[in-house]
Each structure stands twice: as structure tokens, then as C-alpha cells.
Design a protein around this ligand. Structure first.
Ligand code: ADP
Ligand code: MG
Length: 671
């Protein structure tokens, strides 16, 4: 039932702002912390350093003007001061003094001019002998104009409304030692006096464990339901032994690594099924995902279907276009590249190609594909969930197979939760001959040394990138920095052919600059983070990242992955400005010490927390309200196992658990 129906409009709107629509939402609105008003102190016996309840008889109240305007209430043994107050409060206290009432106030007692003092405490007027609260006072996350008292009353009301039946069967609760649901929420909203508050605030208490488990379980279940629902749809079978695929396999540009072969086989097995594949191909930067995806596209073409490859940047889409052309052109496969410069008249033709490559323009333009057999999403973490879903929905009666690729290695806990609706193949091996990129840290004061190194390297025929910093406040800031740096470097490095590429360049210029770099006409490419993902120029062996302290870890790792692709020794120089913040120092240390993307990702998760980690690009919402992917691995494993069992043995229980927890949010998962 909706809480909104019975609330005055303003209150409902404020609750809505907190995401509180139903009674159950209120039940799940758990306190941030607690205050202990269950014990009463006299002003002179109040322990220092923490807020407590005191009670004293009101003597008089007045407005004072020094040091600034304030309401001063003198009570027995204590003075209360209010800096923001209503005129009615003065009257209220004056009347209380006349009637001999007492004030019960909650706050930290300090010693001031007149002895014990409380500054703007929470208070109530009482007659004396009023009962004390029998539970700790919960403090909730709230929003402007919604007082703790009001919110608390709503929550307690919802708690008493009796919709707290357990959504999990006893057997499951016993198996994972879970506290009953109703007890858990009651305890969290109204903990008894003397409870270990730390175990609540730090979310270690069994009651918290139960909340986290339920949340994780709901998420696992909903993703699994979504997976199953899609799995029941039809998809064209794409053969693993069609003529094009076979011809290409006989003539591969290089020998696939064992990991590539394994991933390829897992994928081809899925593609041969009459149901849509939903697979994530994960592998560190440079591990060779592209060719695996390309082969999958051939399987689609062999079946008489179209394949679509979506990349997050135009530069990357062009690079794919060229690569696919090199590989499949000789086989007579038509490959289309949809980019900003394609005239309207030619779009239709491009979109009718057997393999169509492009950016998210592919989904923005309501493009209709005939017989879409396979949709490949490269660098999937750069796309929003919605965008991925759109591509998934594009086909009418049957769904295309889906292959997503990601080089952002994510820690296991995150993979188990955010990818629970996908099958995953991992390429955990680099192509032969790869060398570790040597990472060096240079203070910006040593810029001259760096320039000398570049001159030397370029004289030897090497190529490099000079990456300009991300300026968070403004996108144009990035651009300006890149333009300025380009100018300066051209002057400083007179012997070097310096080029420029940035995101605001017209597509054709961008492409021209990249091609010039590929052809070695540009030796040093000044760039913004447009080259962050996917760009593959094997001859580039040197990278300088300016103001590296401004970059995130994942970004640094991705950027560094642009070098070390050929057979030369490569290096990545991180120029940093001083002073460094604690956090920046830690990030630079991590990237300096680790070359393995998974390790970088794990440390990144520790440093930033999962919400930021998958970032708004992915969901816009933090993944979990209660569970913490950094420390709840045991619960994630339990929830995963339980989800599996429930769906098999008690699908109705599973559905009602998901309904309870996700309510309307479920739609997204089931789309
Ligand atoms: P990523 O996984 O980051 O997308 P790419 O697919 O761009 O990596 O591959 C990186 C580079 O390695 C490319 O130049 C590609 O041609 C090359 N490559 C991929 N697989 C192999 C292999 N098995 N042997 C040699 N080179 C390979
Ligand atoms: Mg790639």
C-alpha cells in the first residue's frame, strides 16, 4: 500500500525524495546512528564528550545579544542557548518557568560562563517523573524540511503495521544462520538500552547480516530471473563451422593464445544454441579480445545474419572498422562503419552491411537491422545499462546473441553481483612477447628530463603518447590544456613530429590524426583521454601522463595499456604535481607497484568503495544500500547459492522476495 495516499502532499513529497513510497520502504529505511536518551543525568553529573539527556527545572528565559543574538534559558544548574529560534520559544520557556515545568534536553554538556551549558539541544518540556524512552533513539537519513521526529513516527508506524512476515523459509534461515526478519528490523529501529551500538553502526550485528543477505538475495534472484527470461527467447543458431569462419581460422593473422581459444569455444558453443547468448568476455587491456569478437561476427554472417559492433568512441570504432576490414575484406565480407561523417543518403547502405560497426549512434537513431544475429558491445562498462538493454531489444521476435567485452577487470565480489545475469569468459593470458610496461614516477619539476627521454626515444624510431590531464570542473578545460600542451611541446621538441587528437575535433580530423600516428608520421601524439580505451598502435612504446594524480586508477591502468603492445620495451611516465594528497599518493603507489589489472582493480575497490567503483556510467545508483562488497564476501556467496536453490525449488518464494525488495525497480532487471 502506498504511504502517499494517506499523507498530506508536502510530507509525501519529502518521503518520495528519500525513495520512501510504501510502508515497506519505510521499514527498510534504517538508521544511520543512534542516540541514547534512556538514561537521565543531572547537569553536574553528565559525562563529558558525548551527548546525553539531562533534566532541570526552568528558572527564566531571555533574549541576549552578546556575543550574538540568542535565546538563553536558565534552568537549575544549566544554561541552554539557542541561536536559531522562534519568538514562540521564548514565550514557551517563560510560561514553563511560571508553571514550574522542567526541561528535558539532549546534547553535549560543556562548561561555560555560568557553569554547565548546552548549545541548541533537542528538548521537551516535562512535568517531572515522565517515563524515559525504552529504546535508543534512531537517527535517520532525512531531507530538508522533514524532521527526525516526523520521520521516526512514520517509520515506527510502518513497523507496527504488521507487514513483516518472513519472506524466507525456516530451512533457508537455519542453513545460513539468519536472524528472523521481523526481529531484525525491530531491533535496528528500536534497539534496547545497553545494546552495543558500534555493532549496529558498523553493520556487524546479526540483524544487519539479515538485511544484507535479503538485499543480496533479491539482487541475485532478479538478475537470474532476467537471465532465464531472456534465455527462453529465441535466437538464430550461428554455426561454428560455416565457410567464412573456417576460411578465416585457417588463415589467422596470429596464433590464438590458449585463453583466447578457450573463450572462443565457450562463445561458439553458446552461439550454436537457438537461445540468445548473454556473455561477457573479460580480459585485461591488450589480452586480445577483439579477434575473438570478430570471429563471432563471422559466425553470424555465415548464418545469413547481421552482426553489430558498438564501441564507446569513434576512434575506437574506426580502429575496429579497419581491423575487421584487414581481416575479413579478403573474404568478401561487407563491413560498414557508421560515423558522424556518413551522409544521410549512404547511411542505409552502411547499415545494411553484413557487419556494422559504430558508436552508440547505432542505438540512438532507432536503426532497424534486418536479421540482427549478434550484438557486440566493446568496453561495455562505458555504456549505461539502459543503452545495453536497447541494443538487446532491437530485434523483434527473436533476440540477437549478445557479447559484451570489458577490460576493466573487476574484483570477484563485484563480478558476482553486477554480472550475475551474464555468463563470463575470461582471457587471463597475454599474447606472447608482451613485456611489462615499466612505470616511472616523475615530479613535474623534472619535466626537462622527460623531454630529453622523448627526444632520445623518438630519434630511435619509437612513438609515444602525451596524455593531458582531466580537469574535473570543466570539459573545455581538458581541451584547453591539450591545445596549450600541444603548442608548448611543439616548441620544446623541435626535432620531434608532434600531433594532436582530442574529443572535440571533427571526426574526420580525429581520424586523420590517428591514421598519421599509425603510419608513424606523428611521433608524439598529444591527446586527451579519448585514447583511453581500446586504441591499438603497437609501435607506440612510450607514454607520458601529465598530472597523473588527477586520474583514477582504472583510467591510469587503461591508459598505460595503450603501450607495451609491440615487442619493444615500453615505459609509462607518470608526471605528478606537488603537494600530493594522501589519496593521490596512494593511487600512484598502487599503479607504480602493480601491472596486473585485477590487482589494480582490487586495490581500487578498497580505496574507493563499490558505489563509485562501478560508477554512475553503469547504474546511477549505488548497487547496494546495505551490503558492502568490500567485506561481505561470505554473504555474497551465501546469497548466490541460496538464489540458485530457491529458483529451482521454490520459485514462488523467490518471486515474492524479489517483489518485496525491489518492487518497481524490478522492471529494469526484467527488461
Ligand atoms: P584488448 O583485449 O585490449 O581489446 P586487442 O584485441 O586490441 O586487445 O589486442 C591487442 C593487440 O594484440 C592487437 O594488436 C592484437 O592484434 C594483438 N593480438 C591479439 N591476440 C594476439 C595473439 N594471440 N598473438 C599475437 N598478437 C595478438
Ligand atoms: Mg579492446
Amino acid at each position: 500500500m502506498s504511504a502517499a495516499g494517506v499523507e498530506p502532499k508536502g510530507l509525501a513529497r519529502k518521503l518520495e525524495k528519500l525513495g520512501l513510497r510504501s510502508r515497506f520502504d519505510l521499514v527498510l529505511h534504517l538508521p544511520l546512528r543512534y542516540e541514547d536518551e534512556t538514561q537521565l543525568f543531572s547537569p553536574d553529573s553528565a559525562p563529558p564528550g558525548r551527548p546525553v539527556s539531562i533534566e532541570a527545572k526552568v528558572a527564566r528565559a531571555e533574549i541576549a545579544f552578546r556575543p550574538r543574538r540568542q535565546l538563553v534559558v536558565h534552568a537549575e544548574g544549566v544554561v541552554l542557548r539557542f541561536f536559531n529560534f522562534y519568538p514562540s520559544q521564548l514565550k514557551q520557556f517563560q510560561r514553563a518557568a511560571e508553571e514550574g515545568l522542567r526541561v528535558r534536553a539532549f546534547g553535549e554538556v560543556r562548561s561555560g560562563w555560568f557553569g554547565a551549558e548546552l548549545a541548541h539541544p533537542r528538548y521537551r518540556l516535562v512535568r517531572g517523573g515522565d517515563p524515559l524512552p525504552d529504546a535508543l533513539t534512531p537517527i535517520y537519513p532525512t531531507t530538508a524540511g522533514l524532521s527526525q521526529d516526523k520521520l521516526r513516527a512514520r517509520v515506527l508506524d510502518a513497523l507496527d503495521s504488521g507487514e513483516l512476515e518472513d519472506s524466507l523459509p525456516d530451512s533457508l534461515r537455519r542453513r545460513y544462520s539468519l536472524a528472523p526478519f521481523a526481529d531484525s528490523v525491530r531491533l535496528l529501529h528500536r534497539p534496547a538500552p545497553g545494546m552495543d551500538i558500534a555493532s549496529l553502526v558498523e553493520r556487524r550485528h546479526p540483524a544487519w547480516r539479515r538485511m544484507k543477505f535479503d538485499e543480496l538475495l533479491a539482487q541475485q534472484l532478479s538478475m537470474r530471473f532476467a537471465y532465464r527470461a531472456r534465455r527462453e527467447r529465441n535466437a538464430p543458431r550461428l554455426p561454428a563451422n560455416g565457410p567464412l569462419l573456417q576460411a578465416f581460422m585457417k588463415n589467422l593473422p596470429f596464433r590464438l593464445t590458449r585463453a583466447q581459444t578457450r573463450a572462443l569455444n565457450e562463445m561458439l558453443r553458446d552461439l550454436g544454441q537457438p537461445h540468445p547468448m548473454q556473455r561477457l568476455l573479460q580480459g585485461d587491456v591488450g589480452s586480445g579480445k577483439t579477434i575473438v569478437a570478430a570471429i563471432a561476427c563471422l559466425a553470424a554472417v555465415d548464418a545469413g545474419c547481421q552482426a553489430v559492433v558498438m564501441a564507446p568512441t569513434e576512434i575506437l570504432s574506426e580502429q575496429h572498422y579497419r581491423k575487421f576490414g584487414d581481416w575479413f575484406g579478403p573474404l568478401g565480407v561487407q563491413i560498414g562503419w557508421l560515423h558522424g561523417g556518413v551522409p544521410k543518403k549512404q547511411r542505409k547502405e552502411v547499415l545494411a552491411s553484413q557487419i556494422v560497426i559504430g558508436t552508440h549512434a547505432l542505438i540512438q537513431e532507432r536503426v532497424e537491422f534486418s536479421r540482427l544475429g549478434l550484438a557486440v558491445v566493446d568496453e561495455q562498462h562505458r555504456f549505461g545499462v539502459q543503452q545495453r538493454l536497447t541494443l538487446r531489444r532491437r530485434a523483434d521476435e527473436s533476440l540477437p546473441h549478445q557479447l559484451m567485452m570489458s577490460a576493466t577487470p573487476i574484483p570477484r565480489t563485484l563480478a558476482m553481483t553486477s554480472h550475475a545475469d551474464l555468463d563470463v569468459s575470461v582471457i587471463d593470458e597475454m599474447p606472447p612477447g608482451r613485456k611489462v610496461v615499466a612505470t616511472r614516477l616523475y615530479s613535474a619539476t623534472r619535466r626537462r628530463d622527460v623531454l630529453a627521454r622523448i627526444r632520445e626515444a623518438c630519434a630511435e624510431g619509437q612513438q609515444g603518447y602525451w596524455v593531458c590531464p582531466v580537469i574535473e570542473e570543466s570539459k573545455d578545460g581538458d581541451l584547453q590544456t591539450a591545445l596549450d600542451t600541444h603548442k608548448t611541446l611543439r616548441r620544446e621538441l623541435a626535432t620531434v613530429r608532434v600531433g594532436l587528437v582530442h574529443g572535440r575535433m571533427p571526426g574526420a580530423e580525429k581520424a586523420a590524426a590517428m591514421q598519421a600516428f599509425v603510419r608513424d608520421e606523428i611521433q608524439l601524439l598529444v591527446c586527451t583521454t579519448v585514447i583511453e580505451v581500446g586504441v591499438d598502435v603497437p609501435n607506440a612504446s612510450l607514454m607520458v601522463i601529465e598530472s597523473a594524480e588527477r586520474f583514477g586508477l582504472a583510467q591510469l591502468h587503461q591508459l598505460r595499456g595503450r603501450v607495451g603492445r609491440g615487442n619493444r620495451d615500453s615505459s609509462c611516465i607518470l608526471l605528478f604535481g606537488e603537494p600530493l594528497s594522501e589519496n593521490a599518493r596512494e593511487r600512484l603507489k598502487i599503479i607504480y607497484e602493480n601491472s596486473d589489472g585485477f590487482e589494480v582493480a582490487r586495490r581500487d575497490l578498497d580505496l574507493r568503495g563499490p558505489g563509485e567503483f562501478i560508477g554512475e556510467r553503469q547504474s546511477g545508483d549505488p548497487l547496494f544500500r546495505f551490503a558492502d562488497l568490500r567485506c561481505d564476501l561470505d554473504l555474497i556467496l551465501a546469497a548466490r547459492e541460496a538464489a540458485e536453490n530457491l529458483i529451482e525449488k521454490a520459485p514462488e518464494v523467490a518471486r515474492s522476495h524479489v517483489r518485496r525488495w525491489l518492487g518497481s525497480r524490478q522492471d529494469l532487471a526484467n527488461a
